[in-house]
Design a protein around this ligand. Structure first.
Ligand code: HEM
Length: 181
């Protein structure tokens, strides 16, 4: 057999092994991430892909909350700098609220603690603050012509709601990190 054929065969064998690993281990990994157990029980013990046994819903929630952070930051920083409610401010704020609600829903689905914990209460209150901000900013956008300077109370409320959300985000991350350490 030529050397090249040998290599080809070896690669085929490697592919088969990968295929087998994929077929057997992928569902196991998903199951493991979901509830910290593997499908085959003790037959196929697998090191956890998730050392803290964090639920898959929580992981998805954590990923989505980062998107909410980016959207809120773009909206609020833009409003604070120019002091006008542009379409950019409004759309990023609304997207932030949508991602925030989605992330919170996933975190509730993934929680092992029940929905009313310190982290949960901080999260709900900051989400409520941002929903109120989005409504206020939307009303302002609807009632005023483009380019109108945002009134002082709305300007200050936006900043406070955003800073409260950031505080809840940081403490939320910390609280959960400590809980899972
Ligand atoms: C302001 C943004 C956030 C909101 C609105 C929020 C909301 C929630 C809610 C309502 C729960 C269910 C109650 C609980 O288990 O305590 C929860 C759980 C959770 N959150 Fe958040 N959260 C936020 C930020 C974060 C961040 C930044 C992280 C991590 C980096 C995080 C990670 C988690 C995890 C892992 C759980 C499940 C906790 C467990 O079962 O031990 N959250 N979140």
């Amino acid at each position: 057999m030529y050397y090249s054929e040998l290599i080809k065969n070896a690669e085929n064998r490697k592919d088969k092994v990968y295929e087998l690993i994929f077929i057997i281990y992928l569902p196991t990994m998903i199951q493991y991430a979901l509830n910290g157990k593997n499908l085959q029980g003790d037959i196929l013990p697998l090191p956890s892909i998730n050392p803290n046994h964090m639920n898959l819903f929580s992981i998805v929630g954590i990923i989505i909350v980062q998107v909410a952070l980016v959207c809120y930051s773009i909206a609020i920083i833009s409003e604070q700098r120019k002091r006008i409610v542009s379409r950019k401010v409004l759309s990023f704020l609304i997207m932030g609220v949508v991602f925030d609600i989605t992330a919170t829903t996933f975190m509730i689905l993934g929680t092992s603690q029940g929905a009313f914990t310190l982290h949960g209460i901080l999260g709900y209150s900051s989400l409520a603050g941002m929903v109120a901000d989005a409504i206020i900013i939307y009303q302002f956008h609807r009632k005023n012509s483009p380019g109108t300077l945002v009134s002082r109370p709305v300007h200050i409320y936006s900043l406070i709601a955003y800073l409260w959300w950031i505080a809840a985000y940081i403490t939320g991350g910390l609280l959960v990190a400590l809980r899972h350490s």
